[in-house]
Design a protein around this ligand. Structure first.
Ligand code: SAM
Length: 347
């Protein structure tokens, strides 16, 4: 039997997600979100629960790849090293350039954009590579990337669990003109300049939002905040077999391609999907790929949504009291629940 406290924390986190989905269904996503952000006691308890789940319970399983979701942080760092320091970035740049040349006149505009980008960055490149990489960790909670030596981390959260995490609602963050200074108003961030980040991380973030449009807004914002050739990491929970939610993952890929992202790394680990998307120098190629995929599916229009399996589940017309984490269950039901929440509180 799994630890009782582990189960209680997982249940609390899951109930916050359920409550938000229920409220969004009842009063609309925008209103529900606004009200949710004012529930400081629940946000605070969520922050404490999440921090404890990740740093105590998941940490215990950190060395076992089959059990651990803790490896999500390691996965992101490993892929950053491969991409930024071990040549993958240059390989991708060459591939993009080759494809553009292959497509010929139709993409003449792309070729010009590419050449201009190469000229502008050539002088800065060596300097940039030697400096820290700027990583925006959205929904950071407890700043798990803090210890990484080559990262300058900007951790943000609506409910920081650690004092070095900035208070910020990403949905309402203003993206301002590039080359503006980053304004840190005390421990709160209200705006960031565009094209300022090498890396944006959404680790277990997107499923928090009750509505597919809010998730889409997040990826659009990440696109604006990233430098060309920067990476967006998305870690999303799924304890099922890799093929079970493959159509949803494919739709994400098509939607992100429509924005100008191409997928660089993907891995299904036992409890999570791990993905890294590159902001292409020119968005036309990935847009073309996306249109081709839609054509194959006989779809004409890309949806400005990012769905998760929970969107297709029935919304219960009554949401249990969030504070009441004690539910009457049989031993068998208890065991099933524990197995389900052993690693992640979402599925
Ligand atoms: C499930 S936790 C994940 C924490 C951490 N990233 C991890 O991998 O362990 C989701 C976090 O996202 C935060 N969050 C949700 N919506 C947010 C928003 N709009 N802006 C910033 N943070 C948000 C929550 O407060 C919560 O700490």
């Amino acid at each position: 039997m799994a630890d009782e406290e582990h189960q209680k924390l997982s249940t609390f986190v899951k109930r916050v997600h359920q409550m938000l989905r229920y409220e969004a269904h009842r009063v609309g996503a925008d209103k529900a979100w606004k009200e949710h952000c004012n529930k400081s006691d629940i946000l605070q308890e969520y922050a404490i629960s999440m921090h404890k789940l990740a740093s105590v319970f998941w940490e215990k399983n950190a060395t076992d790849r089959n059990k651990s979701v803790q490896c999500r942080i390691k996965w992101v760092i490993e892929k950053c090293v491969l991409y930024f320091f071990e040549g993958e970035k240059e390989i991708r740049r060459t591939k993009e350039k080759d494809k553009i040349q292959k497509f010929g006149n139709a993409t003449e505009k792309c070729t010009r954009a590419f050449a201009k980008y190469a000229r502008v960055t050539a002088s800065k490149e060596t300097l940039t590579e030697a400096e820290f990489l700027t990583l925006l960790d959205v929904g950071s909670c407890y700043n798990p990337f803090r210890a990484c030596p080559f990262l300058y981390v900007i951790p943000i959260d609506i409910a920081p669990a650690e004092p070095d995490v900035y208070m910020c609602d990403f949905l309402n963050l203003a993206v301002v003109k590039p080359e503006q200074p980053i304004i840190l108003d005390g421990r709160t961030i209200r705006e960031l300049p565009s094209a300022v980040c090498d890396i944006v991380v959404f680790s277990l973030l997107l499923e928090y939002f009750p509505c597919p449009k809010q998730r889409y807004l997040c990826v659009c914002k990440a696109y604006d905040l990233l430098k060309p050739e920067g990476l967006l990491f998305i870690i999303t929970p799924d304890s099922k077999h890799s093929s079970a939610n493959a159509p949803i993952m494919k739709n994400w890929r098509i939607t992100l391609a429509q924005l100008g992202f191409s997928r660089v790394y993907y891995e299904k680990l036992p409890h999570i999907h791990c993905m890294a998307y590159r902001k292409d120098i020119n968005p036309e190629l990935s847009k073309q790929w996306s249109s081709f995929q839609l054509h194959k599916k006989n779809d004409t229009q890309i949806s400005a949504d990012l769905h998760i399996p929970q969107d297709f589940q029935e919304i219960h017309d009554k949401c249990d009291d969030i504070a009441d984490t004690k539910v009457e269950r049989t031993n068998q039901e208890d065991e099933a629940l524990v197995q389900m929440f052993l690693q992640l509180p979402y599925d």
